[in-house]
Every structure is written in C-alpha cells, then in structure tokens.
Design a protein around this ligand. Structure first.
Ligand SMILES: Nc1ncnc2c1ncn2[C@@H]1O[C@H](COP(=O)(O)OP(=O)(O)OP(=O)(O)O)[C@@H](O)[C@H]1O
Ligand SMILES: [Mg+2]
Length: 497
C-alpha cells in the first residue's frame, strides 16, 4: 500500500532524484572510491579489461576459492580467472585494493550495428580515497606491463588473421586469432650463419631500441622484405623472428581487405610487440595496379592465390575507389598511421622482387632487404645437423667436398633438400648418399639447361636473370645509404645483405 502510495505521490523524476541524493550522501561519507573497467567501452574493446583479467589470474590462482578456468582452442595452457561476481584483494606498494568481477545480463538487444555479447562484464576496483593518487599514477601502468609479461611467458603467442573480411566479431575485433605454435627458430633455419647473425642482431637492436628511436624522432618500427624463390624459408624466417622476440604475428590477407580505410582499421587494432606480415606482396599489389599485371604469371606464381586475385580484380575496379591502392599500403607501413602503436615489425615477402613498385623498395620503407637464397654449403651443414644429427667433422672430408662442389650448381632450395633428408632419415648414410646423387643430377640438369638456353637465347624466366634483377633495387638503396651517412655506432639500420 505504502509503495503504491509513494509511487502515486512521488513522480518518477522525484524518486530518481531522491535515490541520486542518497547515493551522493553515501559516497560523501564513504572512505572508498570505485572504478569500473568494463569489457566494452562504447564500441571498442577495453584493453585494460583484458590486462586486469590476466594480471589477476596470477594472484587468483593462489588465493581465490572460486575460479573460472579457461583454455583457448589449441592452447597449451590454462588461464585462471575470477569467477563471476567474486572479489579478490590485491596489494600494491603496501596499499590494499579490492577487485570485483561484475557480470550482468545485457538487456534485450536494441538496434546495434553489430551484435553485442549477452553478458556485460567488467571489473570494479575499490580503493581508499586517500590512496587514489598513489594508485592511479602507477598501478594501472604496472598492471598493463605485468599483463603483457604474463601473456608472453605463460600463454602461447598469437597468430592473427583477417580472414573474416571486413566484419567485426562481437567484441569489435577485425582479427581472428589462434595460438601460434610454429616450431621454426633461428637454430633450425638453414642459411648463411653470418647473415643469420646479422638479422638476429638487427632484431635485438630493434627490440632494445626504444630510447634510440625516441631520441631520433623515429617511429619505433622496422620493415623487412624477404625475397627469393619458393621453399627457401621466408615463412620459416618470419616464424623464427616471432619465436626469437616473443612477438605476436598478424598475417594480413590483402585480398580480404576492401579499401584503404579498412586497412587502417586493421592496423589500429594491432597491438605492440607484433610482426605484421604481408605474404606474396607482388600478387597483392597487382590487385590494384593492373597495368603492371601485363607481365603475366611465371613459374613462381602462386597457383592457389591466383584465382582469388583474379576474382578480386574482376569485382573491385580501381576506378570505383573500392580497393586498396599502393599509396594506401605505403601509408599503412610508413605514414602517420603506421605509428599508432609501437614496437612493430612489418615483413613483406615476395618471390619476385623485380615486380614490386620502386616506391615500396626505396630506402626507409623496408629497412632491410633479405635475400633467401638457394641452399648454400653453410646452410646445408645446418640441415645435415638438424635432420641427421651430423656435426661438422662427422662426415668424411671427401664426401663433404663432393657436396660442396655441387651444392651451388644444383640450385636446390632448403625445402627440397629437407625433403630428401627426411625421406630416409632412419638410414643416415643412405640419406647423405641420396642427397649427393640428387644434387649431382640437378647440377647436371642445370648445366644442360644452361647450354640449351645459350642456344635459344630468349629464355627470360631463369634464376640467373632474376638474381640480376634482384640486385638492382638493392644497389639503388645502397647508394641512398651512402648519401644518408649518419655516423652513429648505434645506427645499424639500413644494412643490406
Ligand atoms: N632456410 C630453411 N631452413 C630450414 N628449413 C627450411 C628452409 N627453407 C625451407 N625450409 C623447409 O621448407 C618448408 C617450406 O619453407 P617456407 O614455407 O618457409 O618457404 P617460403 O620461402 O615461405 O616459400 P613460399 O615462397 O612458397 O611461401 C618449411 O616447412 C621448412 O621445413
Ligand atoms: Mg611462404
């Protein structure tokens, strides 16, 4: 009766104002203040929410009595979390704070551009008012840092892809991710040890170079262009880089990106400490620069990607403005947008460096051009060690000399060679002999082809010629390097192989 009376006597506005008033009074006398960290902030995913979740997972696992336990698909580890509406006390600089995980059901969905999750999740942080300044100044930074560390250490790194096209998931992410478990490392990568060392040092310099980049007013990013025939380890190199630095990989499928602004959005949603990869860039560039496409396909042309690209060309005309342009791509890597995060590595791969637009190759765009060559003798030694366990002195000198004599002429890729070795890895000696035979026959065939070519005169798609074509952009940038001449020891940038 009283309630009905109240409702009739007090109009809703007045009731609302009364509640607000009492809330005010309560907060005035309360010694605590509260911070809500919701999972979704308007339309964007709140990075802080994920960080808090991860940060708390370490302390929750020890002290919590009711935990949520999750394991991402294909992941090798579990993540503890605070159960719904549960709370935990954390201590920072001697100050106690209380975290509560608040989960409420979302009301029936009103109209929205994209579906929102059914549950509204968030953390509430309760701290004493007197500790507010102390905590906010450093606690949040501490949490972000700690969460990143935990993720890199405990969890698998992630491989992101934009295969969904332009659509976003219910949490507003354009990227889909899976745990990244590629076993390739710099130890397993067969290539010239000196070149390998140079790349590893370059990566290390980059990762430790925050102050260097800051002081020189450069965005903290680095670009690598990997080029060479298929099966020479370009993708393996990217995996090795990610494993070496502990970075996530964003594998950008350009054929799924419809226009420049979509490309920008994708970039904005990448996190720092990541490698952004565009494979087979020559195929993707042809997507819009169709004038350059007249050269047609060649023996390295990716047969899987080809129909897709042709389809994309047919649907998205360059005049319609509905496709990515080269300048859009360059802005992506180099323009103002490329620094909307930090500590990022861009890696482009191509089988045909000569097909790339010079604008992509000019100095400063891709800091290092790395030629992934056919298997050389030092690289072969690494493969023999990795596949058969043979060390430097284990094989007879005569055999090693024979291998050394044919390896360059055979022009076999590390992928070809590992195929031979893996086939008879149970019988090591047989494997080496088979390899020698294969190398010899390949070398012979190449020599014969070479003679044939001299007779025909017009075989333009051969590796020798390609190599020469590959040299030219390199030399060009070397000249630019000399012009720049910043005599600084730290400046190991712009080294070319
Ligand atoms: N340099 C290398 N060291 C060790 N293994 C290699 C190397 N190159 C190739 N391989 C082996 O060959 C396989 C294919 O290599 P990878 O995918 O890295 O070649 P790629 O250069 O990316 O080729 P594509 O141009 O076709 O993409 C790998 O799984 C790896 O086992
Ligand atoms: Mg590859």
């Amino acid at each position: 009766f009283c309630q009905t009376l109240l409702q009739t006597v007090f109009p809703p506005e007045l009731r609302f104002a009364t509640v607000k008033f009492f809330n005010r009074i309560f907060h005035l006398f309360s010694s605590y203040c509260y911070f809500d960290i919701t999972e979704i902030d308007g339309v964007n995913t709140n990075e802080l929410y994920n960080a808090v979740q991860l940060y708390l997972s370490s302390s929750v696992s020890i002290t919590g009595s009711r935990l949520s336990l999750t394991r991402a698909l294909n992941s090798s580890g579990f993540t503890f979390g605070l159960a719904n509406n549960d709370s935990i006390v954390d201590t920072f600089n001697g100050v106690n704070v209380l975290w509560e995980h608040v989960v409420t059901q979302r009301q029936a969905q009103t109209f929205s551009w994209r579906p929102l999750p059914d549950e509204k999740r968030g953390f509430t942080l309760r701290i004493k008012k007197k500790d507010k300044a102390l905590i906010l100044n450093s606690y949040m930074d501490y949490i972000m840092e700690k969460a990143n560390d935990i993720r890199r250490k405990n969890q698998d790194r992630l491989l992101y892809t934009n295969s969904r096209g332009g659509s976003l998931d219910s949490r507003g992410h354009p990227w889909e991710s899976v745990p990244f478990k590629h076993p390739s490392t710099f130890d397993t990568l067969a290539m010239d040890p000196e070149k390998k060392k140079e790349i590893m040092e370059d990566l290390q310099d980059f990762a430790n170079g925050q102050a260097f980049y800051q002081r020189r007013g450069r965005a903290w990013k680095r670009g690598y262009l990997l080029y060479g025939p298929p099966g020479t380890g370009k993708s393996s190199m990217i995996a090795a880089m990610a494993n070496y630095l502990g970075y996530d990989i964003y594998d950008l499928e350009l054929t799924e990106v419809h226009n420049n602004s979509e490309l920008r959005k994708l970039l904005m949603k990448t996190t720092s400490k990541s490698i952004i990869v565009i494979e087979d860039i020559d195929c993707s560039i042809n997507l819009t620069n169709r004038k350059n496409n007249k050269t047609g396909s060649s023996n390295y042309y990716d047969p899987v990607a080809a129909p897709e690209i042709r389809g994309a060309c047919a649907s998205g005309g360059e005049e319609g403005g509905n496709s990515i342009t080269l300048s859009g791509l360059l802005n992506f890597t180099d323009g103002l947008w490329s620094c909307c995060g930090s500590e990022r590595i861009f890696v482009f791969t191509t089988n045909h460096i000569e097909k790339l637009d010079p604008a992509l190759l000019r100095s400063g765009r891709m800091d290092m051009h790395i030629y992934m060559s056919y298997c050389s003798f030092p690289a072969l030694k690494i493969l023999l060690k990795n596949y058969l366990g043979y060390d430097e002195g284990d094989l007879e000198k005569l055999l090693m000399n024979a291998l050394e004599g044919v390896i360059d002429k055979a022009q076999m890729t590390p992928a070809d060679i590992s195929e031979v070795l893996i086939k008879s890895r149970r019988h090591k000696e047989r494997a080496v002999n088979e390899l020698l035979e294969t190398l010899k026959s390949r070398a012979e065939r190449n020599e014969k082809n070479g003679v044939l070519r001299e007779k025909n005169g017009d075989q333009d798609e051969d590796e020798e010629q390609e190599k020469r074509a590959l040299e030219s952009p390199k030399q060009e940038s070397e000249v630019e390097d000399n012009c720049k001449e910043e005599e600084d020891d730290e400046e190991k940038i712009n080294k070319r192989e």
